[in-house]
Design a protein around this ligand. Structure first.
Ligand SMILES: [Zn+2]
Length: 577
């Protein structure tokens, strides 16, 4: 009998030791404003992390029991702790191809040329001068010219990507090195071409759309996986620095899915990938069956941090080049309303098949008719296929007709929007508003609040590096613009204060949900990340200010002091060390 009692008490002893060990945290954050995005416990003071999991959320005093000698205690002193940001749509590896070199996001040609010259002078060893971010409104519709660049750099090739990464500007030497002459055929006549002088037929240095710009770029600088990986490693820190811990990669044009996914996977193997990546296969060709390709990617890339399980479908383009697809003709070009990449029949068939195979679709749907076509395709899949946990998503939703607002909630389709585009910049006011006309633009453009008020799920994602005017990776900037529809930092580019429709402003609570738990839901990670709850993975960020205490216009200035992904520190600001 005595033996038995000893055994039981010994087991009890082992259990209690085990409990003490289990409750000793690696990190304890205390004394802060912890906004959890968990509706049952929205605020807390302290969080404890063990391994890659959150083991405690509550008061600072209760957190003490998780602290031992091995615990790293982080005193928040009233700073804010949030779940890591989840980006519902971005293109990280494409950024490594497109954003190389000097930043050219300025509002005058002089500033752009000055920046190029200064950069070239500072880097005499560079064999090719690259840059990113010049804006269309600075130039006539025929684009910039090689002569403008020849004047400042005649002896090295110059290749400058536009801010939307859909065209480029080169000097004469770049065209020569790439072998582009008067007689070189355009890569895709009518869609992608080398702009020509109307008299001589010579290329002007303006390369329109991705096939043309890539044709030149690869001749100047082969875009191998190794080169892109090298560039990607350089820009990678900006993601955790912006508070990002998970992303949906919405396409790898120019890089290729296998190259891009291998780059992510190699970084994960080296322990250097600071974010979870859910990737897609980008599909824009009616003659190709995308499902076998996606199935193969899905099988090949399936690790803890990297997965490929979404079909990205390109339904239309944008309004700048009349490729966005609308219910009515363009105001300044009534001959067209845009032509969709797929017919409604092709689209429905493809979405039904992808849905039946268990894949979610993420549509590029920009114009109001493209949005309706994508919603119709999801509706067809729901009617045809058995019930499942489907999370189809419409990306962009730049223009939304009244009749389709409630369909996001009804069909449980996520509206994924680059909300920071809803600012009154010159590109929107001088290009988009002219193309679609005031009546449509002022009522249909970026209707964030309407979707939310109708019960729909709205997911933020910057679409970096793509932008019409201002390219950013920063969720905090997106959050501010969603709440103001104003320019950042008091700028007044377009001369307008608040972008219409005026009743589309979001609250901070909604903007934070749209930056965390909703995009996590979109990519099936909401059971693991997106809120601060016991048992979830430790993806956390520390901000230097409580967003609820400051003016909305100051949100873009807030600093991310620390980022934790999977329980590991992936970013630490100097001031927080
Ligand atoms: Zn995109």
């Amino acid at each position: 009998m005595q033996y038995r009692i000893i055994t039981i008490s010994f087991i009890a002893f082992l259990l209690s030791v085990n409990q003490v060990m289990a409750s000793t945290a690696d990190f304890v954050f205390t004394g802060g404003k912890v906004y959890t995005v968990n509706e049952t416990q929205p605020w807390a003071e302290a969080v404890a992390v063990k391994g890659n999991k959150i083991i405690f959320v509550g008061s600072s005093s209760d957190a003490q029991k998780h602290i031992s000698d091995n615990t790293r205690v982080i005193k928040l002193d009233g700073k804010m702790l949030l779940p890591g940001f989840v980006e519902g749509h971005t293109h990280p590896v494409v950024g490594a191809l497109a954003t190389v070199g000097v930043d050219l996001q300025f509002d005058s040609i002089e500033e752009v040329l000055n920046a190029v010259k200064t950069y070239a002078d500072a880097n005499p060893e560079m064999k090719i001068i690259r840059g990113f971010g010049w804006r269309y409104p600075l130039f006539p519709s025929t684009g910039p010219t090689k002569e403008q660049l020849d004047k400042i750099i005649p002896d090295r090739p110059v290749f400058l990507m536009a801010v939307d990464a859909h065209s480029a500007w080169t000097n004469t030497m770049a065209l020569e090195k790439a072998g582009i002459t008067k007689n070189t055929p355009d890569p895709q006549p009518g869609f992608s071409h080398y702009e020509r002088d109307s008299v001589t037929g010579e290329a002007t240095g303006y390369l329109v759309e991705v096939p043309a710009l890539l044709a030149v770029l690869v001749k100047l600088q082969p875009q191998t996986k190794e080169r892109i990986a090298e560039e990607f490693e350089k820009l990678l820190p900006q993601f955790p620095a912006a508070g990002i811990t998970s992303v949906f990669d919405a396409g790898m044009t120019g890089v290729g899915e296998d190259n891009g996914l291998e780059i992510y996977r190699d970084l994960e193997r080296k322990g250097q990938l600071p974010m979870r990546v859910v990737a897609s296969f980008y599909h824009n060709n009616p003659d190709v069956d995308p499902l076998p390709i996606l199935k193969k990617l899905n099988k090949t890339y399936n690790t803890e941090l990297v997965k490929a399980n979404v079909l990205k479908i390109n339904v239309d383009g944008g309004d700048a080049h009349y490729t966005g697809v609308f219910l009515q003709p363009y105001a300044d070009n009534p001959k067209t309303a845009g032509v969709p990449v797929f017919t409604p029949e092709q689209l429905n068939k493809m979405v039904i098949a992808a849905d039946a195979a268990g894949f979610d679709c993420h549509f590029h749907a920009f114009g109001d008719r493209a949005v309706r076509m994508a919603l119709d395709a999801v509706e067809a899949a729901i009617k045809t296929n058995p019930k499942r946990d489907r999370r189809h998503t419409l990306g962009h939703v730049a223009y939304l007709n009244d009749e389709d607002v409630s369909r996001f909630a009804e069909l449980n389709v996520i509206a994924q929007m680059s909300v920071q585009w809803a600012m009154p910049d010159a590109s929107l006011l001088d290009v988009s508003r002219v193309r679609t006309g005031k009546a449509i633009f002022d009522t249909e453009f970026q209707r964030h609040r309407s979707i939310v008020d109708a019960g729909g799920k709205l997911s933020f994602g910057t679409d970096w590096p793509a932008a019409a005017h201002y390219s950013t990776t920063k969720p905090l900037e997106a959050i501010e613009v969603a709440m103001t529809r104003k320019m950042l930092r008091g700028e007044k580019d377009g001369g307008m204060d608040v972008l219409p429709p005026l009743n589309e402003l979001l609250t901070l609570e909604q903007s934070l949900k749209s930056s965390t738990i909703i995009p996590a839901y979109q990519i099936h990670l909401d059971d693991k990340v997106g809120s601060i709850e016991v048992g979830k993975l430790a993806d956390l960020i520390v901000l230097d200010k409580n967003l609820f205490d400051i003016k909305t216009e100051e949100i873009n200035q807030v600093k991310v002091l620390m980022t934790l992904m999977n329980g590991k520190v992936t970013h630490l600001d100097e001031r927080f060390k």
